[in-house]
Design a protein around this ligand. Structure first.
Ligand code: FES
Length: 355
């Protein structure tokens, strides 16, 4: 969506405004919040889209920046929820909300700079300045806090962001432990807040901080030593950490994980033949590969962004075969002839795309 002259003027002037003045503008402007993207053409709604203003950015640890995005009457969210930011370049990235769920005037997210990543975090760290207007989709929650008799949280690095609002939401007296790991203490955001939340509960054993350069690897066996039947174990962090937690998960505990980037393949995926009719190529898409990955091996310029089925960049027309849709964007009508190749697959053994 191209911003109108009023939006352009608002953004250009925003960098010069104080936060209070920005808030006054946001509340007074008819631009906030903007309506959703195209209206749905079937009963299934699209994810909501808002235009929010970046009103504060703060370094909260080495290589970690916290952003406050303001609007008015923002949708409420539950701990574990995330939003998708559409960056000025068009890249779409998901970030867990780590502020106050009751605050309907702003969303807070934090992101770690990944210098050898795909470019999203570099853009956030290097190009997003106060006064930037961003399209924000969501919030959505794939990592909800369930009712349980007790909780164990395991967070690695920036994986602490969804855990922070979960801890705040737990009723007084809830039994919980958190193991929070990172490369160094200086790289770990929100340590003071976590110490405040942990207080002296459970004899001061609620919070274990493991900085790799001082303490080595986290001792998961010790963490799980006295886990009870029904304990909910929440893990958010690098794949290696999640795999280690899964391996050591005590019987009777339930594991809850969050992963923004789809894995190589879901259980039950099978290989199929993919014909790219305009290019005259036929490929095999293995069980452990996405269609996008297979296509990019022969058509490396194929457009994509989020790789999670919510931005629509990778949409392609289906000419033959039945699609197994796994995205969160296309409406039922759009699904009759289109496929988001980053997440969706073939339901049978052959699919033909118009590319
Ligand atoms: Fe975003 Fe496929 S790359 S939906």
């Amino acid at each position: 969506m191209t911003p109108g002259p009023r939006a352009v003027a608002l953004v250009a002037g925003a960098a010069l405004l104080t936060r209070r003045a920005l808030r006054r503008r946001i509340k007074a402007s008819p631009l906030w919040p903007l309506p959703a993207l195209d209206p749905p053409v079937s009963g299934r709604p699209r994810p909501r889209a808002l235009r929010l203003l970046l009103t504060a950015r703060e370094a909260v640890a080495d290589g970690v920046v916290q952003l406050r995005l303001e609007g008015a009457g923002l949708p409420r969210w539950e701990p574990g929820a995330h939003v998708d930011l559409v960056l000025p370049s068009g890249l779409v990235r998901s970030y867990s909300l780590c502020g106050d769920p009751a605050d309907t005037s702003s969303y807070t997210v934090a992101t770690r700079l990944v210098t050898d990543g795909r470019g999203g975090s570099r853009e956030v760290h290097q190009r997003l300045t106060v006064g930037t207007e961003l399209e924000v989709r969501g919030p959505r929650n794939r990592f909800p806090l369930v009712d349980a008799p007790s909780y164990v949280f395991v967070a690695g690095g920036i994986g602490i962001t969804p855990v922070l609002p979960m801890l705040r939401a737990l009723p007084d007296g809830t039994e919980w432990r958190l193991l929070y790991g990172g490369r160094t203490r200086a790289s770990m955001p929100y340590l003071d807040r976590l110490r405040g939340l942990a207080g002296a509960g459970d004899g001061g054993r609620r919070l274990t901080v493991v900085a790799g350069d001082e303490d080595g690897r986290p001792d998961l066996d010790a963490l799980f030593a006295d886990v009870h039947q029904g304990t909910a174990v929440y893990c958010c962090g690098p794949e290696g950490l999640t795999a280690a937690v899964r391996e050591r998960l005590p019987a009777g505990a339930t594991l809850h994980t969050e992963r923004f980037t789809p894995g190589a393949g879901a259980a039950g995926d099978t290989e199929f033949q993919l014909e790219l009719r305009r290019s005259g190529r036929t490929l095999t898409v293995p069980a452990g590969s996405s269609v996008l990955a297979a296509v990019r091996r022969v058509l490396p310029d194929t457009a994509y962004s989020c790789e999670q089925g919510f931005c629509g960049t990778c949409r392609q027309r289906v000419l033959e075969g039945e699609a197994d849709h796994r995205d969160e964007l296309l409406t039922d009508v759009e699904r009759t002839d289109s496929l988001l190749i980053c997440v969706s697959r073939a339901r049978g053994d052959r699919l033909v795309l118009d590319m």
